[in-house]
Design a protein around this ligand. Sequence first.
Ligand code: IVH
Length: 679
Amino acid sequence: MGARNKDAIYRRILELREQINYHNYLYYVLDSPEISDEAYDALFRELKELEEKHPEFVTPDSPTQRVGFKPLDKFESVSHAVPMLSLENAMRETDLIEFKNRITKLLGVDDVEYVAEPKIDGLAVELVYENGAFVRGSTRGDGYTGEDVTLNLKTIKSIPLVLFGPPEAPPVPSRLDVRGEVYMDVDDFENLNKEREKNGEPPFANPRNAAAGSLRQLDPNITATRPLKIFCYGVGLVEGHTFKTQWEVLQTLKKWGLRVNPHVKKCSGIEEVVRFCRDFQEIRHTLPYGTDGVVVKVNDLAQQSILGEKTRAPRWAIAYKFPAEEAVTRLIDIEVQVGRTGALTPVAILEPVNVGGVTVRRATLHNQDEIERKDIRIGDTVIVKRAGDVIPEVVRVVKEKRKGTEKPFKMVEKCPVCGSKVFKLPDESIFRCLNVRCPAQIKGSIVHFASKGAMDIDGLGEKIVSLFVDKGFLKDISDIYRLKDRAEELEKLEGFGKKSVSNLLNAVEASKKPTLARFLYALGIRHVGEHMAHILAEEFGSLKRIMSASLDELMAINGIGEKVAHSIYHYFRNPENLKLIEDLFQLGIEVIEEKPVEQETPLEGKTFVFTGALSSMTRGEASQKVKELGGRVSNSVSKKTDFVVVGENPGSKYEKAKKLGVTVLSEEEFLRLLEQGRE
Ligand code: IVH
């Protein structure tokens, strides 16, 4: 073939890709196609044929490269260059006013501009674009680290594989981390469930679970069949472009070809935000997708950076949640569930009822006191409530509907799982099964240990753990790592075969090198959730140090109160727990300790608080520098604070520092201190 001809083919390929990308954008992002499906298919077919004949021209960003990948064994983890924070909730309109009061006080202004955006009910993801090409995508995970779901995200047609550049849009940045919500339309969700029920598969509980389940598929070919969509709402790390406002972020993302929700609104003050929330609440059920509120963000990014963030959520944004939705149904029975800590929770079994688009079959009744207080009886007609992502709840009984045949509930005297006597501890309102060998507790703690945020052992979910405990394969957590010695027996279990057992054992093997934070979380120490585990890992750096920490050392840490400190302290002094950890190490678990600053730590043990805006760097950067030198950053001033760094327009922390006699540093003095630290 002549060079000319080949050249012409290459040019045709580029032209086809450009056309397809453009029509893709019109269809999936703007929802206003210009050509017929047949014409689009013809372009696609032509490209596919040319690429098949000339595989040397295929690039990963070609529109043909969205599907056709092999299933993965597991997802790799990806750390987010900038953590993906969550949001604080506003449950009432007055909470929005308080939000405004807080930020205007910190900024020293009357009010600010906001951007109000529908809060889409799906799961958060990050898309990484390098020089305009989609290179990697991940789930939010715990906010710091997520799962690499690149191949699955590629199957979502509203995610562009290549961004648009000039003349329509500003030049694409060299690096752009986009944040957005992957979701499923309610109709698509219902169709998918119908299909699943036909095939004997369990239905998804709601569109959000369906979206999450579809995106976390190891086989991208399955994800490709699921009707997922995305709305983009923000950015993380950006290199090669500077934004001034959130509004500009949204408008620019749209120009680059990313899908942005059309109902976003710039508001000139909090009253306009409140009005938007009211109006949007009215129309939200007319939309094809589920929304559970409105996210309100300060528009000006410079103001955002002054406001900074608390541990998990920014001060510059808030999620206004719509009031919960209610429905009437009949309470058929009350079941008692035993949790991983032995807590006995009564659960209402309901006649299935649709609450705000989702079928509810069970609802929590919290505890015996609650049932008595609400006078809930078996057979009652009740009102159930569901708010966003929380577990449905029985609000009250419709007493007028009583027939007299309803039966009051009596708490069981024996654990429904192991039969041992249940107790109510003096200052608790719940009953507990105190038998640490109770299968319910064993099952619960193993499921937790293997769960996604913990050791992340794919395939070791509730059903399988329950079966393995019942059959005697698992007697405690450490038995997970002894399963490999019983592979042959496992293969004989109903529903298992060589392949599924080997997949499971591979996943078990792959979990042997957890980070310190994951391992701590996996142990299931009471009050140590994912976030707390991160704090502990960061502060202590090694498991040994955490295990030997005194109560005082634990309590000295920002974010750890008395209750939590006691729980951690006693956990590591219980011989059974120590034996478990020892066994795990014997079985080959190796905790990866994110080494704490081994380097110079001139600010070791020093606590800093920032107030007001710094001119030479953002709050985040300043905090980072302090941490690099071994110091700690806190949000509130106390006697334990060593330095308060005062920028422009300082807040009340400055006054408090003076009152408590804490050393106050100007920005210049702070910079000098950092310099000295580095020498
Ligand atoms: S902003 C710091 N904007 O809500 C900013 N989040 O509760 C945090 N979400 O994890 C996110 N729509 O999954 C933002 N327009 C929107 C959103 C949105 C839905 C979800 C997202 C996030 C969660 C925070």
